[in-house]
Design a protein around this ligand. Structure first.
Ligand SMILES: NC(=O)c1ccc[n+]([C@@H]2O[C@H](COP(=O)([O-])OP(=O)(O)OC[C@H]3O[C@@H](n4cnc5c(N)ncnc54)[C@H](OP(=O)(O)O)[C@@H]3O)[C@@H](O)[C@H]2O)c1
Length: 286
């Protein structure tokens, strides 16, 4: 299989490159090769490659900045997804679009399944949802994979950090205490596991929308407790509320995803978040 990976130097993209390269012919694409919002570029580059599979990780996902740079969020997350989906359809390629737990409003209080109604609360979330629809409706062989709180060996390029590196930087800077919210509940997930589970999923031909997150649920505070225990960090950890960090953007306070569709096809091999985190910290990998 010839696999084109868009955003190949990103956090998730770099692990997709590693995993798919073991058994397939991978063509890594970065923003230097094409801007997803430019259809002619997308079409020219992808038609030249003629991939069997396109993995689209490109996103403008600095959530607060999407509120102030709405056009850019639209261009990358919506138009980009549409352009890739149209080119994928022309090539009859499998098209995989990575989306987010943020498409939900967070009011459910029990894990969201794929058929729950989305209700995005921010420009970022709304543009990602639109990207999902373009992927689903313009490319026949599509997979929309919703992930949550991802972390990998190479931290997010656009954000410069993932949650773990952001916390460790505060520790290294010698902060007297680290304050972390205990009322935002989710399922942080290592990118290596997402990459390893994407490969068998796309081989099923069971196109559709999938949640692909770690099992269980935790607050960012509980997640940080495990980081501190595992790395033997002694800096005091202080439990806070989202109310203590006023933000221009609404985030779902509960965005746990149930991997219901993966379970239905017998393909849910995601670890518990604690197990995935400890493995990542002990190996600096997933
Ligand atoms: N990070 C999270 O916690 C999280 C949570 C839920 C869902 N997601 C989704 O997961 C996916 C991967 O996230 P990530 O953390 O791996 O992101 P990342 O490290 O920032 O990687 C995104 C990649 O997309 C590329 N890109 C950005 N704009 C582009 C454009 N206009 N045209 C072509 N390529 C472009 C970036 O290249 P440059 O950096 O060179 O611009 C980068 O290689 C995204 O779709 C995101 O929405 C992330």
């Amino acid at each position: 299989m010839k696999v084109a990976i868009i955003g190949a130097d990103g956090q998730l993209g770099s692990d997709l490159v590693r995993v798919f390269s073991e058994s397939h012919d991978v063509i890594p694409l970065t923003i230097q090769d094409m801007h997803v919002e430019d259809f002619e570029q997308v079409r020219t580059v992808l038609h030249k490659i003629k991939p069997d599979v396109i993995l689209n990780t490109a996103a403008y996902h600095k959530v607060p900045d999407c509120e102030t740079h709405q056009d850019l969020a639209w261009q990358v997350n919506c138009r980009g997804a549409l352009n890739v989906a149209k080119a994928a359809e022309e090539l009859q390629a499998i098209n995989v679009y990575y989306s987010t737990d943020y498409v939900f409003d967070g009011l459910k209080n029990s894990p969201y399944i794929e058929t729950d109604a989305p209700n995005p609360q921010s420009v970022y979330a709304a543009t990602k949802l639109m990207g999902e629809y373009f992927t689903r409706n313009y490319s026949t062989k599509h997979f929309v994979i919703r992930v949550s709180g991802i972390y990998g060996k190479i931290p997010s390029l656009i954000k410069g950090d993932n949650f773990i590196t952001a916390i460790l930087k505060q520790v290294e800077a010698g902060k007297k205490e680290i304050r972390v919210v205990d009322d935002e509940i989710l399922t942080p997930t290592p990118t290596l596991e997402i990459a390893m589970n994407t490969l068998p999923l796309i081989q099923t031909g069971a196109h559709g929308v999938y949640h692909m997150t770690s099992e269980g649920q935790c607050s960012w505070f509980e997640f940080t407790q495990v980081i501190f225990e595992t790395l033997n960090i002694r800096t005091p950890l202080v439990r806070c509320s989202v109310m203590d960090f006023p933000s221009v953007v609404k985030r779902p306070q509960y965005s746990v995803l149930e991997n219901a569709n993966l379970k239905q096809i017998g393909m849910n091999r995601m670890s518990h978040w604690r197990e995935g985190l400890i493995r990542f910290l002990n190996t600096n990998d997933g």
